[in-house]
Design a protein around this ligand. Structure first.
Ligand code: AFP
Length: 340
């Protein structure tokens, strides 16, 4: 019998145990972050259950329509947002929330206020729900800059100031990927236990990858460096094999594959969208934070993505993230263009 493997099966590292272990390395910690995280995890479990039932919802009435009991069905992204806002506020550890679903930032009332600011997209890739493609929740956590007063500037900090970031992917399994700034770890939901179990410890992205991931339908509007990079992926001149193209159109799924298999994910600026499509606070920053923690890089076409200082909460930015060497190539193409 393989006793080590048996021990693994019976000595389960749940996400709660993992975070408490991390917390014990900081004797001054009062456990506030662990409490906040347990509320984020609860939100993810709820959304996971709702996403799994999305197909069945057709039997009782489509989201956004009226079901057979005459009740209005909430759209999944609206429902997910409500769940996360309530879970975060009730944690008693948050002060400002920025959600993709809400135009304005939410300032938590004083009696429930804590020191963390959470930026999140409750259900990213929601246009993929009806065809059963993997979708996810993305989040990032900041600390109030100073004192007890919360101001909008507290969530307009550069991404490098994030304390933690993560995503939960609702796919063939439910996977929670988290970094608190010392590496990257992945947990898979065991539905029989209702617990996330550590399944991907210390994720490191391959230094160079064999995959590129981009919406090529936008190619006619790309800038020079993006077009040159994609051309290089398909027709390399240095004798290396061409890269494969994989594009799901759901950032969590595309980034998850990039982290595990290597390569590069890009959503560049183009003539139609000069700032790209993806949102800085709850797409670009958390994913860039995770990518760097895994040993990769993230670049906007001008600078390191985590150095960006957002001016608005729903600001967008172009993004190139993935394996270190692949992003180096993109940086070199932009540098060459600037020189020319
Ligand atoms: P939806 O939430 O509207 O499905 O958008 C998903 C997303 O924000 C991100 O998850 C994808 O990477 C990106 O948009 C896909 O955009 P394109 O459809 O333009 O390729």
């Amino acid at each position: 019998m393989d006793h080590a493997a048996e021990a693994m099966k019976t000595d389960l590292m749940t996400i709660t145990r993992f975070v408490l272990n991390e917390q014990s390395k900081h004797p001054e910690s009062r456990g506030d972050f662990s409490i906040l995280l347990s509320h984020i995890v609860l939100g993810c479990k709820f959304v996971c259950a709702a996403v799994n039932k999305a197909g069945l919802a057709k039997l009782i009435g489509l989201a956004g329509e009226t079901n057979v009991q005459g009740e209005e069905q909430k759209k999944l992204d609206v429902l997910s947002n409500e769940v996360f806002v309530k879970a975060l506020v009730s944690s008693g550890r948050t002060c400002i929330l920025v959600s993709e679903e809400d135009e304005e930032a939410i300032f938590v009332e004083p009696s429930k206020r804590g020191k963390y600011c959470v930026v999140f997209d409750p259900l990213d890739g929601s246009s993929n729900i009806d065809c059963g493609v993997s979708i996810g929740t993305i989040f990032g956590v900041y600390m109030l800059k100073d004192g007890d007063e919360s101001r909008l500037e507290d969530v307009l900090q550069p991404g490098k100031n994030m304390l933690a970031a993560g995503y939960c992917m609702y796919g063939s399994s439910c996977t929670f990927v988290l970094s608190t700034g010392s590496g990257l770890n992945g947990f898979t939901l065991d539905p029989s236990l209702g617990e996330f179990i550590l399944t991907h410890p210390d994720i490191k992205i391959p230094k160079k990858g064999k995959i590129y991931s981009v919406n090529e339908g936008n190619a006619k509007n790309w800038d020079g460096p993006t077009a040159k990079f994609v051309e290089k992926c398909k027709f390399p001149k240095d004798g290396s094999p061409a890269k494969s193209l994989r594009y799901i159109g759901s950032m969590v799924a595309d980034v998850h594959r990039t982290l595990l298999y290597g390569g590069v994910f890009l959503y560049p600026a183009d003539k139609k969208s000069p700032s790209g499509k993806l949102r800085v606070l709850y797409e670009v920053f958390p994913m860039s934070f995770l990518m760097e923690q895994a040993g990769g890089q993230s670049f906007t076409g001008k600078e390191r993505a985590l150095d960006l200082v957002p001016k608005k909460i729903h600001e967008r930015s172009p993004i190139f993230l993935g394996s270190y060497d692949d992003v180096e190539e993109i940086k070199a193409l932009y540098a060459a263009e600037e020189k020319a």
